[in-house]
Design a protein around this ligand. Structure first.
Ligand code: C5P
Length: 224
C-alpha cells in the first residue's frame, strides 16, 4: 500500500443526503446512508490527504483525522464547500445525494391540516448543482462525481461527466438491490473522457481504497 503519497493534498468530499425543510418539523430527503463518501474520506486520509468531509445528516461516526462539516440543505452544502475551497482544493469528490429540489417558501410555523382539503400543494424550486457550480468556479483541480443510474449506465454517466465539467465519474447501477444505496457492497465503473476502469465488486471500504488509487493515478497522468 502507498504510504502518505497524498500528503500536501486537500480533498473535499461531500456525503450523505440533504434535508430540505418544509416547515419547522418536516423535510424532504432521501435514503442515502453516506457510507461511500465516508469510506472515501477514510481512504484518502489514510494516504495522508487533508480531508474536509461536508456531510448531510447520517448515522456514521466521523473517520479518524478528518475535518467534518455538518450541513442540512443543498444550499448549506454549497456554502460549506466554498468555504472549504477558499484556497483551491486538489480533489473534489461529490458523493452526496443532493435533493434536486427544495421547498420554495419554507413555512416558519408548523403547517396545519386543512380539514376540508384532500390535497395540498408544495411548490419546489431547483437546487444548485453543487459539483457543476464548483467546477465552473475552479474550486478544485480535479472533480470526481457519482452517477447512480437504473439504465444505460455508461451513456448517462458520460453525459454527466461532460455536462458537469468532471474529470472522473463513478457510475453504478442502482436498479440492483445487491449493491449501492444503503448497502455495504458496491460495484462501479469509473469513466474519464478517454478511459474506463472496472474495480471488482467489494465492500464500500475496500472499493474506496481502489477509487482513491484510480483518482491519484489519474492526477499523476493528467497533471494540471
Ligand atoms: O445529476 P445527478 O444527481 O445524477 O449527478 C450526480 C452527481 O452530481 C453526484 O456526484 C452528486 O454529488 C452531484 N450533484 C451535486 N449537486 C446536485 C446534484 C448532484 O453536486 N444538486
Amino acid at each position: 500500500p502507498k504510504i502518505n503519497d497524498l500528503e500536501g493534498q486537500h480533498w473535499i468530499i461531500t456525503a450523505g443526503p440533504t434535508m430540505e425543510a418544509i416547515d419547522p418539523v418536516r423535510f424532504i430527503s432521501n435514503h442515502s446512508s453516506g457510507k461511500m463518501g465516508y469510506a472515501l474520506a477514510s481512504a484518502a486520509a489514510e494516504r495522508g490527504a487533508a480531508v474536509t468531509l461536508v456531510s448531510g445528516p447520517t448515522n456514521l461516526p466521523t473517520p479518524q483525522g478528518i475535518k467534518r462539516v455538518d450541513i442540512k440543505s443543498a444550499q448549506e452544502m454549497l456554502y460549506a464547500c466554498r468555504v472549504a475551497a477558499a484556497e483551491q482544493a486538489d480533489v473534489f469528490v461529490g458523493a452526496a445525494a443532493i435533493a434536486d429540489f427544495r421547498v420554495k417558501d419554507v413555512a416558519t410555523q408548523k403547517m396545519k391540516k386543512q380539514s376540508d382539503e384532500n390535497e395540498m400543494q408544495l411548490t419546489l424550486v431547483k437546487n444548485p448543482d453543487i459539483i457543476a457550480t464548483l467546477s465552473t468556479e475552479d474550486a478544485a483541480k480535479y472533480f470526481v462525481g457519482f452517477a447512480a443510474e437504473t439504465q444505460d449506465v455508461i451513456a448517462y454517466a458520460k453525459g454527466k461527466l461532460e455536462r458537469k465539467g468532471l474529470d472522473l465519474i463513478i457510475a453504478n447501477d442502482v436498479s440492483r438491490s445487491d449493491i449501492g444505496f444503503n448497502n455495504d457492497q458496491n460495484q462501479v465503473v469509473v469513466l474519464s473522457k478517454k478511459s474506463q476502469w472496472t474495480p471488482e465488486k467489494a465492500s464500500k471500504t475496500e472499493l474506496a481504497k481502489h477509487l482513491v488509487d484510480i483518482i491519484q493515478t489519474y492526477q499523476v497522468n493528467q497533471p494540471k
